[in-house]
Design a protein around this ligand. Structure first.
Ligand code: XUL
Ligand code: CO
Length: 442
Protein backbone atom coordinates (compact mmCIF):
# COMPACT_ATOMS: atom_id res chain seq x y z
CA UNK A 1 0.00 0.00 0.00
CA UNK A 2 1.62 3.27 -1.03
CA UNK A 3 1.04 6.49 0.84
CA UNK A 4 -0.61 9.23 -1.19
CA UNK A 5 -1.39 12.65 0.17
CA UNK A 6 -2.58 15.82 -1.51
CA UNK A 7 -0.25 18.78 -1.41
CA UNK A 8 -0.69 19.14 2.38
CA UNK A 9 -0.06 16.73 5.24
CA UNK A 10 -2.93 16.92 7.72
CA UNK A 11 -1.76 14.49 10.39
CA UNK A 12 1.73 15.93 10.68
CA UNK A 13 4.49 13.99 12.32
CA UNK A 14 2.44 10.79 12.54
CA UNK A 15 4.07 7.95 10.59
CA UNK A 16 2.37 4.92 9.10
CA UNK A 17 1.31 2.71 12.01
CA UNK A 18 3.28 -0.54 12.29
CA UNK A 19 2.93 -3.79 14.18
CA UNK A 20 5.54 -3.86 16.98
CA UNK A 21 4.22 -6.69 19.17
CA UNK A 22 3.21 -6.88 22.82
CA UNK A 23 6.68 -5.87 23.99
CA UNK A 24 6.25 -2.40 22.49
CA UNK A 25 5.27 0.59 24.60
CA UNK A 26 4.81 2.83 21.55
CA UNK A 27 1.20 4.11 21.72
CA UNK A 28 1.28 4.68 17.95
CA UNK A 29 1.97 1.03 17.10
CA UNK A 30 -0.09 -2.16 16.93
CA UNK A 31 0.59 -4.65 19.68
CA UNK A 32 -1.73 -7.41 18.41
CA UNK A 33 -2.85 -6.48 14.90
CA UNK A 34 -0.19 -8.03 12.71
CA UNK A 35 -2.08 -7.88 9.41
CA UNK A 36 -0.10 -10.80 7.92
CA UNK A 37 -0.52 -13.16 10.89
CA UNK A 38 -2.46 -16.26 9.88
CA UNK A 39 -5.19 -17.34 12.29
CA UNK A 40 -7.61 -20.15 11.44
CA UNK A 41 -6.43 -20.26 7.84
CA UNK A 42 -6.64 -16.55 6.96
CA UNK A 43 -4.56 -13.46 7.68
CA UNK A 44 -5.93 -10.97 10.17
CA UNK A 45 -6.29 -8.50 7.31
CA UNK A 46 -8.49 -10.97 5.41
CA UNK A 47 -10.57 -11.88 8.47
CA UNK A 48 -11.43 -8.35 9.48
CA UNK A 49 -11.35 -6.15 6.36
CA UNK A 50 -11.29 -3.11 8.67
CA UNK A 51 -12.90 0.09 7.44
CA UNK A 52 -12.91 3.71 8.49
CA UNK A 53 -16.28 5.46 8.85
CA UNK A 54 -15.98 8.73 6.94
CA UNK A 55 -18.75 10.44 8.91
CA UNK A 56 -17.33 9.99 12.38
CA UNK A 57 -13.68 10.55 11.54
CA UNK A 58 -13.87 13.43 9.06
CA UNK A 59 -17.29 15.06 9.44
CA UNK A 60 -18.25 14.84 13.12
CA UNK A 61 -16.62 17.77 14.87
CA UNK A 62 -17.45 16.72 18.43
CA UNK A 63 -20.61 18.81 18.77
CA UNK A 64 -23.28 17.64 21.22
CA UNK A 65 -26.78 18.91 22.13
CA UNK A 66 -25.16 21.24 24.67
CA UNK A 67 -22.53 22.91 22.55
CA UNK A 68 -20.73 23.29 19.24
CA UNK A 69 -17.85 21.23 17.93
CA UNK A 70 -14.48 21.03 19.64
CA UNK A 71 -12.49 19.32 16.89
CA UNK A 72 -10.77 21.76 14.59
CA UNK A 73 -10.60 20.36 11.07
CA UNK A 74 -7.91 22.07 9.00
CA UNK A 75 -9.51 20.53 5.87
CA UNK A 76 -12.71 22.52 6.14
CA UNK A 77 -11.34 25.90 5.08
CA UNK A 78 -12.33 26.34 1.42
CA UNK A 79 -15.59 28.13 0.52
CA UNK A 80 -16.52 26.06 -2.55
CA UNK A 81 -18.20 22.81 -1.41
CA UNK A 82 -16.42 20.61 -3.97
CA UNK A 83 -12.97 22.10 -3.27
CA UNK A 84 -13.60 21.80 0.46
CA UNK A 85 -14.69 18.18 0.05
CA UNK A 86 -11.57 17.31 -1.94
CA UNK A 87 -9.34 18.59 0.86
CA UNK A 88 -11.36 16.53 3.31
CA UNK A 89 -10.79 13.51 1.09
CA UNK A 90 -7.04 14.19 1.01
CA UNK A 91 -7.08 14.18 4.81
CA UNK A 92 -9.22 11.03 4.88
CA UNK A 93 -6.97 9.05 2.56
CA UNK A 94 -3.90 10.24 4.45
CA UNK A 95 -5.41 8.95 7.68
CA UNK A 96 -6.75 5.69 6.22
CA UNK A 97 -3.40 4.91 4.61
CA UNK A 98 -1.34 5.81 7.66
CA UNK A 99 -3.67 3.61 9.73
CA UNK A 100 -3.31 0.67 7.27
CA UNK A 101 -7.10 0.42 7.00
CA UNK A 102 -7.85 -1.46 3.78
CA UNK A 103 -11.40 -0.07 3.41
CA UNK A 104 -13.62 2.94 4.04
CA UNK A 105 -17.40 3.56 4.14
CA UNK A 106 -19.43 6.70 3.44
CA UNK A 107 -22.84 8.31 3.22
CA UNK A 108 -23.33 10.52 0.16
CA UNK A 109 -23.37 13.70 2.28
CA UNK A 110 -20.16 12.71 4.07
CA UNK A 111 -18.21 13.05 0.83
CA UNK A 112 -19.60 16.47 -0.06
CA UNK A 113 -22.17 18.88 1.39
CA UNK A 114 -25.57 18.71 -0.27
CA UNK A 115 -27.92 21.65 -0.90
CA UNK A 116 -31.57 21.47 -1.94
CA UNK A 117 -31.07 21.12 -5.74
CA UNK A 118 -30.95 17.42 -6.68
CA UNK A 119 -29.14 17.99 -9.99
CA UNK A 120 -26.47 20.10 -8.28
CA UNK A 121 -26.07 17.47 -5.53
CA UNK A 122 -25.65 14.75 -8.17
CA UNK A 123 -22.99 16.87 -9.88
CA UNK A 124 -21.13 17.43 -6.60
CA UNK A 125 -21.16 13.75 -5.69
CA UNK A 126 -19.91 12.80 -9.16
CA UNK A 127 -16.97 15.22 -8.74
CA UNK A 128 -16.03 13.50 -5.49
CA UNK A 129 -16.54 10.02 -6.94
CA UNK A 130 -14.07 10.94 -9.70
CA UNK A 131 -11.63 12.15 -7.06
CA UNK A 132 -12.14 9.07 -4.85
CA UNK A 133 -11.47 6.78 -7.82
CA UNK A 134 -8.01 8.36 -8.18
CA UNK A 135 -7.32 8.21 -4.45
CA UNK A 136 -8.35 4.55 -4.32
CA UNK A 137 -6.18 3.65 -7.31
CA UNK A 138 -3.14 5.41 -5.86
CA UNK A 139 -3.48 4.04 -2.32
CA UNK A 140 -4.98 0.57 -2.83
CA UNK A 141 -7.73 1.45 -0.32
CA UNK A 142 -11.16 0.09 -1.31
CA UNK A 143 -14.76 0.96 -0.64
CA UNK A 144 -16.42 -1.50 1.77
CA UNK A 145 -19.88 0.02 1.40
CA UNK A 146 -21.70 3.16 0.46
CA UNK A 147 -25.03 4.50 1.67
CA UNK A 148 -27.32 7.53 1.46
CA UNK A 149 -28.07 9.71 4.45
CA UNK A 150 -31.85 9.97 4.25
CA UNK A 151 -32.35 10.89 7.88
CA UNK A 152 -30.53 14.20 8.62
CA UNK A 153 -32.20 16.62 6.21
CA UNK A 154 -35.32 18.15 7.86
CA UNK A 155 -37.47 16.91 4.94
CA UNK A 156 -36.97 13.39 6.34
CA UNK A 157 -38.29 14.24 9.81
CA UNK A 158 -41.26 11.86 9.30
CA UNK A 159 -39.19 9.18 7.58
CA UNK A 160 -37.74 8.54 4.13
CA UNK A 161 -39.06 5.32 2.50
CA UNK A 162 -41.76 5.21 5.21
CA UNK A 163 -42.73 8.87 5.02
CA UNK A 164 -46.49 9.47 4.76
CA UNK A 165 -45.74 11.98 1.96
CA UNK A 166 -44.93 10.37 -1.41
CA UNK A 167 -42.86 13.38 -2.51
CA UNK A 168 -40.50 12.94 0.43
CA UNK A 169 -40.17 9.25 -0.46
CA UNK A 170 -39.25 10.32 -4.01
CA UNK A 171 -36.51 12.61 -2.70
CA UNK A 172 -35.10 9.70 -0.70
CA UNK A 173 -35.23 7.53 -3.84
CA UNK A 174 -33.34 10.21 -5.80
CA UNK A 175 -30.60 10.25 -3.18
CA UNK A 176 -30.43 6.45 -2.98
CA UNK A 177 -30.14 6.15 -6.77
CA UNK A 178 -27.15 8.50 -6.89
CA UNK A 179 -25.52 6.84 -3.86
CA UNK A 180 -25.93 3.42 -5.53
CA UNK A 181 -24.35 4.82 -8.71
CA UNK A 182 -21.42 6.10 -6.63
CA UNK A 183 -21.03 2.74 -4.86
CA UNK A 184 -21.02 0.85 -8.15
CA UNK A 185 -18.54 3.24 -9.72
CA UNK A 186 -16.15 2.95 -6.78
CA UNK A 187 -16.36 -0.85 -6.69
CA UNK A 188 -18.07 -1.02 -3.30
CA UNK A 189 -18.58 -4.51 -1.87
CA UNK A 190 -21.85 -3.56 -0.21
CA UNK A 191 -24.66 -1.05 -0.05
CA UNK A 192 -26.17 -0.32 3.38
CA UNK A 193 -29.67 0.71 4.39
CA UNK A 194 -29.84 2.04 7.91
CA UNK A 195 -33.40 3.25 8.40
CA UNK A 196 -32.67 6.06 10.81
CA UNK A 197 -36.15 7.54 10.63
CA UNK A 198 -37.97 4.51 9.21
CA UNK A 199 -40.23 4.07 12.20
CA UNK A 200 -42.60 6.20 14.22
CA UNK A 201 -42.73 8.71 17.03
CA UNK A 202 -46.37 7.84 17.90
CA UNK A 203 -48.76 5.22 16.57
CA UNK A 204 -51.56 7.81 16.88
CA UNK A 205 -50.58 9.23 13.48
CA UNK A 206 -49.02 6.12 11.90
CA UNK A 207 -50.31 3.46 9.50
CA UNK A 208 -47.59 0.98 10.36
CA UNK A 209 -48.77 -1.71 7.94
CA UNK A 210 -48.71 0.69 5.00
CA UNK A 211 -45.34 2.18 5.96
CA UNK A 212 -43.67 -1.24 6.14
CA UNK A 213 -45.12 -2.17 2.76
CA UNK A 214 -43.66 1.07 1.34
CA UNK A 215 -40.26 0.21 2.83
CA UNK A 216 -40.34 -3.21 1.16
CA UNK A 217 -41.34 -1.71 -2.21
CA UNK A 218 -38.56 0.87 -1.89
CA UNK A 219 -35.94 -1.80 -1.14
CA UNK A 220 -37.08 -3.90 -4.10
CA UNK A 221 -36.84 -0.86 -6.40
CA UNK A 222 -33.35 0.02 -5.17
CA UNK A 223 -32.17 -3.59 -5.45
CA UNK A 224 -33.59 -4.02 -8.96
CA UNK A 225 -32.00 -0.75 -10.08
CA UNK A 226 -28.59 -1.70 -8.66
CA UNK A 227 -28.68 -5.21 -10.16
CA UNK A 228 -29.72 -3.82 -13.58
CA UNK A 229 -26.72 -1.52 -13.39
CA UNK A 230 -24.19 -4.22 -12.61
CA UNK A 231 -23.99 -4.19 -8.79
CA UNK A 232 -22.84 -7.66 -7.74
CA UNK A 233 -22.30 -6.93 -4.05
CA UNK A 234 -24.41 -7.40 -0.94
CA UNK A 235 -27.25 -5.21 0.22
CA UNK A 236 -27.17 -4.78 3.96
CA UNK A 237 -29.83 -3.75 6.45
CA UNK A 238 -28.45 -2.31 9.68
CA UNK A 239 -30.86 -2.95 12.57
CA UNK A 240 -31.39 -0.44 15.37
CA UNK A 241 -34.38 -0.40 17.72
CA UNK A 242 -34.79 3.34 18.24
CA UNK A 243 -33.02 6.72 18.18
CA UNK A 244 -33.83 8.99 16.49
CA UNK A 245 -37.32 7.45 16.24
CA UNK A 246 -39.15 6.06 19.25
CA UNK A 247 -39.50 2.77 17.38
CA UNK A 248 -37.48 1.80 14.34
CA UNK A 249 -38.92 -0.91 12.05
CA UNK A 250 -35.53 -2.64 11.64
CA UNK A 251 -35.51 -3.30 15.40
CA UNK A 252 -32.97 -6.13 15.59
CA UNK A 253 -31.62 -9.01 13.49
CA UNK A 254 -34.52 -11.35 14.23
CA UNK A 255 -37.05 -8.67 13.19
CA UNK A 256 -35.12 -7.84 10.02
CA UNK A 257 -34.84 -11.50 9.04
CA UNK A 258 -38.63 -11.85 9.41
CA UNK A 259 -39.17 -8.73 7.29
CA UNK A 260 -36.76 -9.90 4.55
CA UNK A 261 -38.47 -13.30 4.47
CA UNK A 262 -41.96 -11.77 4.37
CA UNK A 263 -41.08 -9.52 1.44
CA UNK A 264 -38.91 -11.96 -0.50
CA UNK A 265 -35.65 -10.08 -0.07
CA UNK A 266 -33.52 -12.78 1.59
CA UNK A 267 -31.62 -13.66 -1.59
CA UNK A 268 -30.09 -10.19 -1.90
CA UNK A 269 -29.97 -8.73 1.60
CA UNK A 270 -27.82 -9.57 4.62
CA UNK A 271 -27.39 -7.88 7.97
CA UNK A 272 -24.90 -5.26 9.13
CA UNK A 273 -24.74 -5.66 12.92
CA UNK A 274 -23.69 -2.71 15.05
CA UNK A 275 -22.62 -3.43 18.64
CA UNK A 276 -24.25 -0.41 20.25
CA UNK A 277 -27.48 -1.02 18.32
CA UNK A 278 -27.56 -4.58 19.70
CA UNK A 279 -27.26 -3.32 23.26
CA UNK A 280 -29.91 -0.63 22.66
CA UNK A 281 -32.24 -3.48 21.58
CA UNK A 282 -31.59 -5.17 24.93
CA UNK A 283 -29.34 -7.81 23.36
CA UNK A 284 -25.66 -8.59 23.45
CA UNK A 285 -23.51 -8.17 20.35
CA UNK A 286 -23.00 -11.95 20.53
CA UNK A 287 -26.75 -12.55 20.40
CA UNK A 288 -27.11 -10.52 17.22
CA UNK A 289 -24.16 -12.30 15.62
CA UNK A 290 -25.56 -15.73 16.47
CA UNK A 291 -29.05 -14.89 15.17
CA UNK A 292 -27.64 -13.63 11.85
CA UNK A 293 -25.10 -16.43 11.50
CA UNK A 294 -27.77 -19.08 12.11
CA UNK A 295 -29.94 -17.56 9.36
CA UNK A 296 -26.99 -17.33 6.93
CA UNK A 297 -27.13 -13.53 6.77
CA UNK A 298 -24.09 -12.44 8.77
CA UNK A 299 -23.00 -9.78 6.31
CA UNK A 300 -20.92 -7.07 7.93
CA UNK A 301 -20.19 -5.39 11.27
CA UNK A 302 -20.22 -1.84 12.60
CA UNK A 303 -17.76 -1.96 15.48
CA UNK A 304 -18.20 0.25 18.52
CA UNK A 305 -19.49 0.04 22.08
CA UNK A 306 -22.04 1.75 24.29
CA UNK A 307 -21.82 2.94 27.86
CA UNK A 308 -23.11 0.76 30.71
CA UNK A 309 -24.38 3.77 32.61
CA UNK A 310 -26.60 5.28 29.97
CA UNK A 311 -29.02 4.15 27.30
CA UNK A 312 -28.12 5.80 24.04
CA UNK A 313 -25.87 5.25 21.06
CA UNK A 314 -22.55 6.63 22.35
CA UNK A 315 -20.54 5.01 19.51
CA UNK A 316 -17.33 4.60 21.51
CA UNK A 317 -14.41 2.63 20.12
CA UNK A 318 -14.44 -1.07 21.07
CA UNK A 319 -12.16 -2.17 23.92
CA UNK A 320 -14.04 -4.87 25.85
CA UNK A 321 -11.94 -8.01 25.39
CA UNK A 322 -14.35 -10.42 27.08
CA UNK A 323 -17.26 -9.28 24.92
CA UNK A 324 -15.15 -9.32 21.76
CA UNK A 325 -13.72 -12.78 22.47
CA UNK A 326 -17.21 -14.20 22.91
CA UNK A 327 -18.15 -12.46 19.66
CA UNK A 328 -15.13 -13.84 17.83
CA UNK A 329 -16.05 -17.39 18.90
CA UNK A 330 -19.31 -16.96 16.98
CA UNK A 331 -17.56 -15.15 14.11
CA UNK A 332 -15.04 -17.99 13.63
CA UNK A 333 -17.59 -20.78 14.00
CA UNK A 334 -19.77 -19.03 11.38
CA UNK A 335 -16.84 -18.94 8.95
CA UNK A 336 -16.57 -15.14 9.14
CA UNK A 337 -18.56 -12.46 7.33
CA UNK A 338 -20.32 -12.86 4.03
CA UNK A 339 -18.85 -10.17 1.83
CA UNK A 340 -18.55 -7.49 4.48
CA UNK A 341 -15.91 -6.21 6.86
CA UNK A 342 -15.55 -4.44 10.19
CA UNK A 343 -16.37 -0.76 9.96
CA UNK A 344 -15.45 1.43 12.93
CA UNK A 345 -18.77 3.21 13.32
CA UNK A 346 -17.27 4.92 16.34
CA UNK A 347 -16.26 8.43 17.26
CA UNK A 348 -13.59 9.86 19.48
CA UNK A 349 -14.97 11.78 22.44
CA UNK A 350 -15.75 15.49 22.28
CA UNK A 351 -12.85 15.99 24.66
CA UNK A 352 -10.33 14.08 22.50
CA UNK A 353 -8.94 16.99 20.55
CA UNK A 354 -5.39 15.96 19.52
CA UNK A 355 -4.76 14.67 15.97
CA UNK A 356 -3.25 11.54 17.54
CA UNK A 357 -6.53 10.70 19.28
CA UNK A 358 -8.10 9.40 16.06
CA UNK A 359 -5.10 7.09 15.67
CA UNK A 360 -5.16 5.85 19.29
CA UNK A 361 -8.86 5.07 18.87
CA UNK A 362 -8.44 2.96 15.74
CA UNK A 363 -5.26 1.26 17.00
CA UNK A 364 -7.10 0.28 20.18
CA UNK A 365 -10.06 -1.08 18.25
CA UNK A 366 -7.97 -3.07 15.77
CA UNK A 367 -5.74 -4.47 18.52
CA UNK A 368 -8.78 -5.46 20.60
CA UNK A 369 -10.34 -7.36 17.67
CA UNK A 370 -7.02 -9.03 16.83
CA UNK A 371 -6.42 -10.16 20.41
CA UNK A 372 -10.00 -11.40 20.70
CA UNK A 373 -9.78 -13.39 17.46
CA UNK A 374 -6.45 -14.97 18.43
CA UNK A 375 -7.91 -15.89 21.83
CA UNK A 376 -11.12 -17.28 20.33
CA UNK A 377 -9.13 -19.39 17.89
CA UNK A 378 -7.07 -20.85 20.75
CA UNK A 379 -10.26 -21.64 22.67
CA UNK A 380 -11.84 -23.33 19.65
CA UNK A 381 -8.78 -25.35 18.77
CA UNK A 382 -7.39 -26.38 22.15
CA UNK A 383 -10.07 -26.19 24.86
CA UNK A 384 -13.02 -28.47 25.53
CA UNK A 385 -15.42 -25.60 24.69
CA UNK A 386 -17.02 -27.03 21.55
CA UNK A 387 -17.27 -30.54 22.98
CA UNK A 388 -18.89 -29.24 26.16
CA UNK A 389 -21.64 -27.51 24.21
CA UNK A 390 -22.13 -30.52 21.95
CA UNK A 391 -22.36 -32.88 24.95
CA UNK A 392 -25.19 -30.81 26.43
CA UNK A 393 -27.39 -32.00 23.56
CA UNK A 394 -26.19 -35.62 23.52
CA UNK A 395 -29.65 -36.91 24.53
CA UNK A 396 -30.90 -35.83 21.07
CA UNK A 397 -28.16 -37.78 19.26
CA UNK A 398 -29.61 -41.26 19.72
CA UNK A 399 -32.78 -43.14 20.60
CA UNK A 400 -35.99 -41.26 21.30
CA UNK A 401 -34.27 -37.81 21.27
CA UNK A 402 -33.03 -38.40 17.76
CA UNK A 403 -36.46 -39.69 16.70
CA UNK A 404 -37.99 -36.44 18.06
CA UNK A 405 -35.61 -34.34 15.93
CA UNK A 406 -36.53 -36.40 12.89
CA UNK A 407 -40.23 -35.75 13.53
CA UNK A 408 -40.76 -39.47 14.17
CA UNK A 409 -42.47 -39.20 17.58
CA UNK A 410 -45.96 -38.22 18.65
CA UNK A 411 -46.93 -36.27 21.76
CA UNK A 412 -48.45 -39.50 23.22
CA UNK A 413 -45.11 -41.27 22.76
CA UNK A 414 -43.31 -38.45 24.64
CA UNK A 415 -45.89 -38.77 27.42
CA UNK A 416 -45.16 -42.51 27.70
CA UNK A 417 -41.39 -41.95 27.54
CA UNK A 418 -41.47 -39.39 30.39
CA UNK A 419 -43.43 -41.86 32.59
CA UNK A 420 -41.16 -44.81 31.87
CA UNK A 421 -37.89 -42.83 32.30
CA UNK A 422 -38.67 -41.02 35.56
CA UNK A 423 -37.28 -37.68 36.82
CA UNK A 424 -34.34 -36.30 34.72
CA UNK A 425 -30.97 -35.82 36.47
CA UNK A 426 -29.75 -32.25 37.12
CA UNK A 427 -27.01 -31.33 34.61
CA UNK A 428 -24.89 -28.23 35.21
CA UNK A 429 -24.72 -25.58 32.45
CA UNK A 430 -21.20 -24.73 33.76
CA UNK A 431 -21.52 -21.02 33.00
CA UNK A 432 -18.87 -19.88 35.48
CA UNK A 433 -16.46 -22.53 34.22
CA UNK A 434 -16.90 -21.21 30.66
CA UNK A 435 -16.59 -17.57 31.69
CA UNK A 436 -13.35 -18.40 33.52
CA UNK A 437 -12.09 -20.19 30.42
CA UNK A 438 -12.24 -16.95 28.41
CA UNK A 439 -10.16 -15.16 31.02
CA UNK A 440 -7.73 -18.09 31.14
CA UNK A 441 -7.07 -17.85 27.39
CA UNK A 442 -6.89 -14.05 27.17
C1 XUL B 1 -26.39 5.33 13.09
C2 XUL B 1 -25.54 4.45 12.28
C3 XUL B 1 -25.31 4.88 10.87
C4 XUL B 1 -25.22 3.74 9.89
C5 XUL B 1 -25.12 4.16 8.45
O1 XUL B 1 -26.65 4.87 14.37
O2 XUL B 1 -25.03 3.46 12.74
O3 XUL B 1 -24.15 5.63 10.83
O4 XUL B 1 -24.13 2.92 10.16
O5 XUL B 1 -26.13 5.00 8.06
CO1 CO C 1 -23.74 2.02 11.97
Amino acid sequence: MSVLFGSKEYFKGIPQIKYEGTGSDNPLAFRWYDEDRVVAGKTLKEHFRFACAYWHSFCNDGNDPFGPGTHLFSWNAKADPVDRAKEKMDAAFEFITKMRLPFYCFHDVDLVDYGSDIRENDRRLQALVDYARQQQAASGVKLLWGTANVFSNPRYMNGAATNPDFLVLSHAAAQVKTAIDATIELGGDGYVFWGGREGYMTLLNTDMKREKAHLARFLHMAKDYARRNGFKGTFLIEPKPMEPTKHQYDYDSETVIGFLRQWDLLDDFKINIEVNHATLAGHTFQHELQVSADAGVLGSLDANRGDYQNGWDTDQFPNNLNELTEAMLIFLEAGGLQGGGINFDAKIRRTSTDPQDLFYAHIGGMDAFARALITADAILSSSGYKQLRKDRYASFDTGKGSAFEKAALTLEELHAYAIESGEPPRVSGRQEYLENMINRYL
